[in-house]
Design a protein around this ligand. Sequence first.
Ligand code: ATP
Length: 135
Amino acid sequence: MSDKKIHLKIITPEKIVFENDVDSITAQGVNGSFGILPDHIPFMAALDVDTAEVLKDGNKIIFSIIGGAFQFKQNEAIILTEAAEISSDIDAQRAKLAKERAEASLSSAQTPRDVKIANAAIARAMARLKAASKN
Ligand code: ATP
């Protein structure tokens, strides 16, 4: 593995969820998944509501990422997202209940807006369950 690192920051409106030097980043863009190694060319992507995987000193760290944007330039990477959790901090039972509530809302949705809100909540819960299951 190269000695070069990527300085990654994962930032939400509430806090910096993660800031460290890492060896690689794999994330899910709205147009598909992508991987970044040190010295990659400058890159930007809109992020899906899904997971991201980071390799650090041979250890895999998994995050749920609730959409947002990814930017990489000169071995500095930023994930700016509505919410993100490191997989070990995810409360899977909470996510399961959130998914059940959102599914119930979806089945009683009256307007396209209700459908959109319920589907977004389901996507958030599924991203968290996926990240927690990889823990
Ligand atoms: P819930 O209905 O359970 O609150 P939500 O999708 O509405 O889920 P968000 O609004 O996306 O929750 O997030 C609110 C805050 O709670 C954020 O800080 C987020 O990181 C945290 N969070 C949400 N769900 C979980 C979870 N299952 N485990 C740990 N943290 C969570």
